[in-house]
Design a protein around this ligand. Sequence first.
Ligand SMILES: Cc1ncc(C[n+]2csc(CCOP(=O)(O)OP(=O)(O)O)c2C)c(N)n1
Length: 632
Amino acid sequence: MTLLECIQGPEDLKGLSQDQLTLLAGEIRDLLIETTNRTSGHLGPNLGVVELTIAIHRVFDSPKDKIVFDTGHQAYVHKLLTGRVARFGTLRQRGGLTGYPSRAESEHDLVENSHASTSLSYADGLAKAYKLRGEPDRTVVAVIGDGALTGGMAWEALNNIAAAKDSRLVMIVNDNGWSYQPTIGGLAEHLAAIRVSQRYEHVLDYIKTTLSRTPVVGPPIYGTLHGIKKGIKDVLQPQVMFEDLGLKYVGPIDGHDERLMENALRHARDFGGPVLLHVITKKGFGYPEAEQNEVDCLHQVPAAGAAPGTCSRVFGDEMVVIGARRPDVVAITAAMLHPTGLAQFAAAYPDRVYDVGIAEQHAVTSAAGLAMAGLHPVVAIYSTFLNRAFDQTLMDVALHRLPVTLVLDRAGVTGPDGASHHGMWDGSLMQLVPGMKIAAPRDAKRVAELLNEAVEVSDGPTVVRFVGKGKVGGEVEAIARLGVMDVLREPAEGLGADVLLVGAGPMALAGLEVADRLAVHGIGVTVVDPRWTKPVDEALAGAARQHRLVVTVEDNGRAGGFGDAVARLLRDHDVDVPVKTFGLPQEFLAHGTRDEVLADAGLTPQNLARQITEAVALRSPGDVPEAATTAD
Ligand SMILES: Cc1ncc(C[n+]2csc(CCOP(=O)(O)OP(=O)(O)O)c2C)c(N)n1
């Protein structure tokens, strides 16, 4: 039995010797590497916080003390130290451990939301609540990376925390210099400066000893200099930025020295007010393959067999082509240059790409500014993170009818990252935005096609949403056009126009399989890919009239999505053909593979075919309109 297997909870850590802690850290690293290589998952970030997490659990008393992990992708070590070693092999698998903290898994887990930069706000609220409730013996600990610290929410929180002088709150800034890629921006430069500014105390000592020894003029000069100490500090010891905010700053500390970490944490815990502890770690520490990985320090080990050719790559390739033709096209990423496929564009046009840090709100309003000045920005972010920037999209971009293209990768069900990562909200949120046009490519070829159409729109915003990991190849060509829509299939010969199936994005392809199944039951199906899900093409009203039933299928929450927009269009045109809208239930969906999650949501061709057959059977035969083509 390994030492790690003996750890049932944080209490078991407290009696271990320093040698045992070193052994334990090694065992944790071995298990992290072995497991994530099998299950996929966040490796680099967790290798970097092994000693830090051990020290936290030895100094604090979880769950009485509250530990909030920002983003939560670095909480695997915490899982291992809080009784989940035996189940760790199920990480990110359906029914297994989640890839982030999970309240259902453990009383030691608090925040499940894996959207970055929120930990300090949660911590602020928790600390205020414990004070108000008269529970002064609890300490709140927030662990936040230098990447997450670039997000605006973190700064709003710092501003408030600094004012709450007696909050028992320890903020641990885990500074490894990296987000996915090296962290960028003024703050990153500031933190880097702190790391190399150990000279400060020496300089002050030198000034004090040399100048005060000089007779007569010595003390006044020293006094004057002392008066401007703050100024010197600004230059030589940039942590004054935090101190000027009113925050107690401690650091920088070597985050891989467990004993040192413990000492610092005990001091911070006993300080009695908010403390910011600046910890230096190495992403991927202890695993050369991760430490030396130049792309992202193995931030995330991909799932085995993950297709290398993805829609993200097609997007990246096409951006380079568009960039050559259109010098006004610029790109923005929120700390995810490689995962969104923008790296090639950055290599080709380094001056025309902006990495804004984990700052989606800023990304969108900054894009508004770029568009106001005559450029066409393409903001490439994951669908789920656009939620952050809804108001910016609505009021800063759309209100001014600015030509900004939002490219939403990982739209729809994403899989093993679970509830907070499924891109199932944008399709509804964007339907609300006046003047917005939404493209939903069904396959990789259409990603390129619709991206080109989107950047041609000059009088308002556009969205292109796709499943980044969708397969390249196996494209299906249209047999006809209906307005801006592609008709992919007409009812098989001898069958009537029973069902008009409109499948958004990849669901159009699923629709073809549904049509095959229904044909076996004698039900004729016309399959249409709308290509643009907003505005809904009015030609759909005419096509609907020629069928007995309209079915919409989308990889997005059902409420307020494409299906609802189609139903509204038909009502507005007094089309009384019934509509059935299939999509994701408006719930927080668990993790699993994309196929598993879609199956749980009833979005398999088999289930759709069954439900549609039942719906068709409900219609009386007398209502059957004559077979008609929708492609005229
Ligand atoms: C709002 C938001 N945008 C983007 C992401 C994607 N993301 C996950 S981890 C990460 C980098 C985090 O860097 P840092 O906080 O420094 O932690 P590290 O991985 O370096 O330990 C990013 C950009 C996210 N989780 N949330």
